[in-house]
Design a protein around this ligand. Structure first.
Ligand SMILES: *[C@@H]1O[C@H](CO)[C@@H](O)[C@H](O)[C@H]1NC(C)=O
Ligand SMILES: *[C@@H]1O[C@H](CO)[C@@H](O)[C@H](O)[C@H]1NC(C)=O
Ligand SMILES: *[C@@H]1O[C@H](CO)[C@@H](O)[C@H](O)[C@H]1NC(C)=O
Ligand SMILES: *[C@@H]1O[C@H](CO)[C@@H](O)[C@H](O)[C@H]1NC(C)=O
Ligand SMILES: *[C@@H]1O[C@H](CO)[C@@H](O)[C@H](O)[C@H]1NC(C)=O
Length: 380
């Protein structure tokens, strides 16, 4: 029996450590789908035509962040064909890890944070200026990435622009970029179907909310959720997708004609999902490591109404989401506390299945190990 505590503490440690991992999803400027930190590796699934039949390429290489931190986020710099990764490595939470997609190489940009809290922010990367804008705490900040595809030896700095105009109860901002404007959804006292706007080029918060009605009458709810901006072949994004945490629908907000159209919600209803968009697809990475895409045709509502969320087989083939997550969760010994620790370590306090947030396969593996060890412990 003396081995039982050892096994239990082993699995608790393993679960706590593994639960931290967060993969992320992005694109390069040619719209090859990139998935980082999935199954411990980085993957290039190619362009959309090969997602259902192809096989993703392992692009794991030196200099990468270890993708062991919670709340990892990735951003495509379209002009520079670079992906910027925040919270990519728990050893340096303020750094921006830069993936040069042309050279397939990594570098680490050190960043001075000041009051900016790298463990609590929401950011967009402005398309035209390559400047990040973020809300962290009560303030709006920017971080100018210049034309970086490789890190500078000197540190960059988050610059505190101003106190944001939002009520203090707006603790989990929802931000989306389109037309060099940052759209804030789910702002307290702002009704469904309306967004507060920050105009980047004038560094100006518009006093009145902007309305984005749906001709169906069913515009987006005043709810927390995730966003992704659809790129254009050139120039700034004009539409963004908003997926509320309950996954009930996919809303596309068009800022050219001030409209919202709703389409099918993701198959995987998972508040811990993260999203990325290309010109012609919206991609979901759920918290079990499953990747799905929704083929999207700008300006063709009937095609989009008929479109369906589909698994990205090119990735599941090489980096399968572990079915062990489900069995570990379904089992008894050990798995309960493992699930609990995953949930509490990364819960955003919003709603739905926060267990593990987008902690993906590493968590699944952790839970599987935990489940096995727990059963061993139970038997001893
Ligand atoms: C992840 O982000 C959420 C929302 O910003 C924050 O509340 C939470 O503390 C973050 N988790 C960690 C472990 O930093
Ligand atoms: C990187 O360093 C170079 C040379 O000092 C400078 O010209 C450039 O502006 C820096 N890049 C950024 C993004 O600050
Ligand atoms: C969208 O709304 C803004 C602000 O109300 C208005 O200035 C603009 O003309 C509208 N655009 C269209 C195409 O209706
Ligand atoms: C706005 O433009 C989008 C994209 O072209 C189109 O799908 C949508 O029907 C338009 N909505 C309105 C109200 O004009
Ligand atoms: C939580 O996960 C379960 C099982 O995967 C699913 O049936 C349910 O819809 C999910 N709930 C939310 C709110 O995502």
């Amino acid at each position: 029996m003396f081995r039982l505590p050892t096994l239990v503490s082993l699995f608790a440690l393993a679960a706590a450590k593994l639960a931290q991992a967060t993969p992320c999803v992005s694109f390069d400027a040619n719209f090859n789908l990139l998935v980082f930190g999935l199954d411990g590796k980085d993957w290039n699934a190619g362009t959309q035509d090969s997602w259902s039949s192809g096989s993703a390429t392992d692009i794991t290489t030196s200099g990468r962040p270890s993708f062991d931190a919670p709340n990892t986020t990735c951003y495509l710099s379209q002009y520079y064909n670079a992906v910027y990764v925040m919270n990519g490595d728990s050893s340096d939470k303020s750094a921006v890890y830069i993936y040069d997609a042309a050279k397939k190489s990594w570098s680490t940009q050190s960043v001075t944070t000041g009051k900016f809290d790298p463990s609590n922010f929401v950011a967009v990367l402005d398309h035209d200026t390559n400047v990040f804008y973020a809300i962290s705490g009560t303030d709006l900040y920017f971080l100018n990435m210049g034309s970086e595809t490789t890190a500078n030896s000197s540190a960059l700095s988050w610059v505190d622009v101003e106190t944001d105009p939002f009520p203090s109860s707006y603790t989990a901002p929802v931000a989306a970029l389109a037309q060099n404007h940052i759209h804030f959804l789910d702002v307290p006292n702002v009704p469904a179907g309306e967004a507060k706007i920050f105009v980047i080029h004038f560094s100006y918060f518009q006093p009145d909310a902007q309305s984005y009605p749906a001709s169906s009458g069913n515009s987006f709810p005043a709810a927390h959720g995730k966003t992704a901006s659809f790129f254009q072949s050139e120039g700034v994004q004009q539409e963004f997708a908003f997926i509320p945490d309950d996954g009930s629908a996919t809303y596309v907000i068009n800022v050219e004609n001030n409209s919202t159209t709703s389409y099918a919600g993701p198959t995987s209803k998972d508040a811990g999902s993260v999203y990325a968009a290309s010109i012609s697809a919206l991609v979901q990475l759920d918290s079990s490591g499953n990747l799905y895409f929704f083929p999207y045709t700008e300006g063709d509502a009937s095609a989009n109404t008929a479109a369906a969320w589909t698994k990205v087989q090119a990735v599941s083939k090489v980096a399968p989401a572990s079915s062990a997550a489900a069995s570990a969760t379904g089992g008894h010994s050990g798995s309960g506390s493992a699930t609990g620790s995953a949930g509490s370590s990364s819960s955003t306090g919003t709603s739905g299945n926060t267990s593990g947030a987008p902690a993906a396969v590493k968590v699944s593996r952790g839970l599987a190990a935990a489940g096995v060890l727990g059963i061993v412990g139970y038997l001893l």
